[in-house]
Design a protein. Structure first.
Length: 256
């Protein structure tokens, strides 16, 4: 047998051995966790004073998922929230006709992680890791934190809404066998959505403030003839009202 033939046969044997080892290696099977439903309650800010600090509200996401496999499975669930009509996402906008009110949606009570979408805008969907025994079902929930931005002095009084339809929400399930969730989102959307609405009412509001010295000091008046003008005092009164809100200022004596 020639050297070249022996070399070729050795190479073929090595390739065959590699294939056998690959076939014998345990496979990392795809998981079989599916989610049948998800829903989000309405996020209502109720009355909002645009002259004050930020207004907060919460809503609740609920979901149900099942392991249809005959072994333990784990999954990373990714819940995405985009923005109706592909509008801006930072900040988001509620509408009252052509008027707008700025707000944002967050994953945490510290309001520093935006609840976004892996498919649009801020790529920060809510990730939830679950582990299920064979045939098990889990019913879970998560809190959506909302915040209307403060100091929107140009906001007009009225009722504002932002309606998230099916196409503005998405759920992906990245499932694997075993007890460790992958910790990353699948790129394939399920047919499960969680539409919801956001609402707020900007109320008519005025804030009246006086200067640092709220009382007017005119000094001692004993022995001074009326209307002599020799004693006087001043202070500043400031009024801030919601946009287009009329107001009047009246002063009355106080004997206190």
């Amino acid at each position: 047998m020639s050297y070249r033939l022996r070399h070729r046969m050795a190479a073929l044997l090595g390739l065959a051995l590699a294939v056998l080892l690959l076939l014998a290696a345990p496979a990392h099977a795809a998981g079989s966790i599916t989610c049948s439903s998800a829903s989000m309650t309405a996020l209502s800010f109720a009355s909002v004073n645009p002259l004050s600090s930020q207004t907060a509200a919460m809503a609740t996401l609920s979901y149900s998922c099942t392991n249809g496999a005959s072994s333990q499975q784990s999954a990373t669930l990714c819940f995405s929230i985009g923005e109706p009509g592909g509008a801006q996402t930072n900040p988001r906008l509620m509408h009252s006709g052509t008027n707008t009110l700025q707000f944002q949606l967050y994953q945490n009570a510290n309001y520093n992680t935006v609840w976004g979408s892996q498919f649009f805008g801020s790529n920060t969907p809510l990730q939830v890791n679950i582990m299920l025994a064979k045939g098990a079902t889990t019913n879970g929930s998560a809190t959506l934190y909302g915040q209307v931005l403060g100091s929107q002095t140009s906001a007009l009084p009225g009722s504002y809404t932002d309606a998230y339809a099916n196409g503005d929400t998405a759920l992906t399930v990245n499932a694997v066998s075993g007890g460790t969730a992958p910790g990353s989102c699948s790129t394939t959307q399920t047919a499960v959505y969680f539409p919801f609405t956001v609402s707020a009412t900007v109320i008519k509001q005025c804030t009246v403030t006086a200067g640092a010295a709220s009382n007017i000091q005119i000094g001692a008046v004993s022995g001074v003839a009326p209307n002599s003008g020799s004693n006087s005092g001043t202070n500043t009164i400031s009024v801030s009202c919601t946009n287009t809100t009329p107001y009047y200022i009246g002063l009355s004596p106080n004997s206190a």
